[in-house]
Design a protein around this ligand. Structure first.
Ligand code: CA
Length: 517
C-alpha cells in the first residue's frame, strides 16, 4: 500500500519493545510536529534520527530492534531527539557463555529452476565475468604492470571480444614485511586465493620483481593452475629484462596476449543459481540501513540459500554486538565455536592497537542517525536474513560449502571486498545510506541506497532504491525478490551495474595484521 500523506510527520518503530522510532521525513520534523499516533516532537529531529516514544529515566534502557542500544545518561522526555550525547554504550556480549546452535531455522523449501549464464571454470566454479587477472608478488611492479594493462586494453582487448577486461592485481604487500610472522599467513593466503577467483578463468600469470620477500611459488605452488606449464609461461620477473623498460613491456604484453587467446575461446553457459557466490557488505551506513536495504538483502539472502547458492556476510566489528543473536543460528555447535573464535581473535587484535569496536562508527554514520556501534551492528546483521549460518570463513581463506556463510573481515569497505574476493565471491552487493561510488574491478558491484533521496540524487551510481520500502511502494519481501532477480541478470551479463559502466574500481587492499619492517 502506497503511504498517503507522505509529507506528514512519520517515524518507524521496528520492534514492539522499542522505545525509540526513526524519523522518515526527508527534511526531518519540526518542533511541535505531531505524528499520526498523537506523539508530538518537542524539538527539531532530523531525518533518520531517533525520537523518544516514551519518557526514559536516567539509567534506563534505550531499545531499538528489540535490543538495548544504550543507557540514558540523563532523563529523556517523550518526543525528544535521542542523540549520542544521551547514551552510554552497553558492553559487548561476553563470548564465553553464548548459546550455540540452539535456534536453527528449519530448512526452507528449495527454490528450483533458477539459472544464470556464466563462464564455467576448469575447477568447477563459475565466473560472472571473463577477466584476465595478472597477479603480482610486490608493489614494486605496479607501475610497469599498470602501463602494460592500459596498453593491453587499447591494443589487444579489441581482438578478443569475449574477454571483458584485463586487470592488475596490485597491492602494497610483498616486501618490507615480516613475512614469517604468524599473522602474515593472512595477506599471503589472500593473494593466493585472489588469483583463484572464479571471474579470472583459472589463468595463472604472475609478475614479480626478483628480489622481494614474497616468492612466486607461494602464489603458484604447482597446483592445477600451472599444471602443464613451464615457469616461463606463468611468471616474469622484471629484473630479468635485458632491455630496460621496453623489454619488460614486450615480455608482459606477450604473456597477456597468450592468456587472452585462451580466455576468448570461452562462452557463457546456463548454470544453476547454486553457483552464485554473493558477498554482501555495507558502507556509509545510516539509520535506514537496518530498516530498508539490509533487511531486503536478508530476504534475498534467504532466497539464495533456498536456491542452493553461497551468500556471505562479513564485517567483524558490525557483528560483534549482535553475536548473541547469531551463535544460536549456527547450523552446528562447531560453526558457533568458529564464529566465537573469529570474534575473540578480533577483540584481541583491536586490543593490541589499544582500540575497541567503538572505533568503527564514522562521523557520517552519526550524522545519519547511528549513535554507536551497537545500533549500527543491529542494522548490519539484518543482511544475514533468517537462514542457518552454515559456515565461517577465516580472513583470506576460500569459502567451503554452500548456504549462508560468515566471512570474517574488518568492516573497511576495501579490505572486506578484497577478502570476499579471495573467498571466491563472483557477485557483490553493497548497501549505503550516506552514499559512496564504491566499485571493484574483479566482480560486478550492485549498489543499494537506503533512502529514495539518495537514489534520486545519484541516479547514475545507485542500482537499487531500497527507500521504496519506507514510501510503501514495495514490501521488503517484494524488494528482496527484485534483488534476487537482479543477481541473476547481472551475473549473466544481461545487466551491468553503474560501477561497471563507469569503471569505478577501488584498490585491492590486503588485511595485514603482521608487522612491517
Ligand atoms: Ca563496510
Amino acid at each position: 500500500m502506497l503511504i498517503e500523506h507522505q509529507d506528514s510527520p512519520r517515524y518507524i518503530r521496528l520492534h514492539a519493545d522499542d522505545n525509540v522510532g526513526v524519523v522518515v521525513n526527508d527534511q526531518g520534523v519540526a518542533a511541535g510536529s505531531r505524528f499520526a499516533d498523537g506523539l508530538a516532537a518537542i524539538e527539531h529531529i532530523p531525518q533518520s534520527h531517533k525520537v523518544a516514544l516514551t519518557d526514559i529515566a536516567a539509567g534506563g534502557e534505550v531499545v531499538r530492534y528489540g535490543q538495548v542500544i544504550g543507557y540514558a545518561l540523563q532523563p529523556i522526555s517523550r518526543g525528544s531527539w535521542v542523540t549520542e550525547a544521551h547514551l552510554r554504550m552497553p558492553e559487548p556480549p561476553a563470548l564465553d557463555n553464548l548459546p550455540r546452535a540452539t535456534q536453527v531455522a528449519a530448512p526452507a523449501e528449495p527454490l528450483e529452476g533458477y539459472t544464470f549464464e556464466g563462464f564455467r571454470n576448469p575447477d568447477g566454479s563459475v565466473g560472472t565475468r571473463n577477466l584476465l587477472g595478472v597477479s603480482t608478488t610486490v608493489q614494486c611492479v605496479a607501475g610497469v604492470l599498470e602501463h602494460c594493462v592500459e596498453r593491453a586494453r587499447k591494443e589487444l582487448l579489441p581482438k578478443y571480444p569475449n574477454v571483458d577486461d584485463v586487470i592488475a592485481l596490485t597491492h602494497s604487500y610483498g616486501c618490507g614485511v615480516a613475512i614469517n610472522a604468524p599473522d602474515a599467513v593472512i595477506p599471503i593466503r589472500t593473494l593466493f586465493n585472489l588469483a583463484r577467483n572464479p571471474n579470472l578463468g583459472g589463468q595463472a600469470l604472475v609478475i614479480g620483481l626478483g628480489c622481494e620477500k614474497l616468492q612466486p611459488v607461494q602464489l603458484m605452488p604447482g597446483d592445477e593452475l600451472t599444471s602443464g606449464m613451464s615457469e616461463q609461461q606463468w611468471l616474469y620477473r622484471l629484473q630479468e629484462s635485458g632491455n630496460g623498460f621496453a623489454g619488460m613491456v614486450d615480455q608482459i604484453l606477450g604473456l597477456i596476449e597468450g592468456r587472452l587467446k585462451v580466455l576468448d575461446a570461452r562462452r557463457r553457459e546456463t548454470c544453476p543459481a547454486s553457483e552464485l557466490v554473493v558477498g554482501m557488505q555495507c558502507g556509509g551506513s545510516d539509520a535506514f540501513s537496518g530498516i530498508t536495504a539490509n533487511p531486503a538483502l536478508g530476504v534475498a539472502a534467504d532466497l539464495l540459500v533456498r536456491a542452493g547458492a553461497t551468500v556471505m556476510f562479513s564485517e567483524n566489528t558490525e557483528v560483534r554486538d549482535g553475536i548473541h543473536l547469531l551463535t544460536p543460528r549456527a547450523a552446528t555447535p562447531e560453526v558457533a565455536d568458529a564464529l566465537i573464535r573469529e570474534m575473540d581473535w578480533y577483540d584481541r587484535y583491536l586490543e593490541r592497537g589499544m582500540a575497541d569496536r567503538s572505533a568503527n562508527t564514522t562521523p557520517g554514520n552519526k550524522k545519519g542517525g547511528l549513535n554507536n556501534i551497537v545500533e549500527k551492528a543491529m542494522g548490519s546483521i539484518a543482511k544475514s536474513g533468517s537462514s542457518p549460518i552454515a559456515g565461517v570463513v577465516a580472513p583470506g581463506e576460500k569459502v567451503k560449502g554452500k548456504g549462508l556463510q560468515f566471512c570474517a573481515t574488518p568492516a573497511s569497505d576495501f579490505i572486506c571486498g578484497t577478502l570476499q574476493l579471495a573467498a571466491g565471491m563472483n557477485l557483490h552487493i553493497f548497501t549505503t545510506g550516506r552514499g559512496t561510488p564504491y566499485g571493484l574491478a574483479m566482480v560486478p558491484v550492485i549498489k543499494v541506497a537506503t533512502r529514495t533521496e539518495l537514489a534520486e540524487r545519484w541516479p547514475d551510481l545507485i542500482d537499487v532504491d531500497a527507500g521504496q520500502v519506507t514510501s510503501g511502494r514495495l514490501s521488503l519481501e517484494e524488494l528482496g525478490w527484485e534483488i534476487f532477480q537482479l543477481y541473476l541478470d547481472v551475473a549473466s551479463g544481461r545487466k551491468h551495474t553503474w560501477a561497471e559502466r563507469h569503471r569505478l574500481h577501488n584498490d585491492l587492499v590486503l588485511f595485514n595484521p603482521a608487522p612491517v619492517t
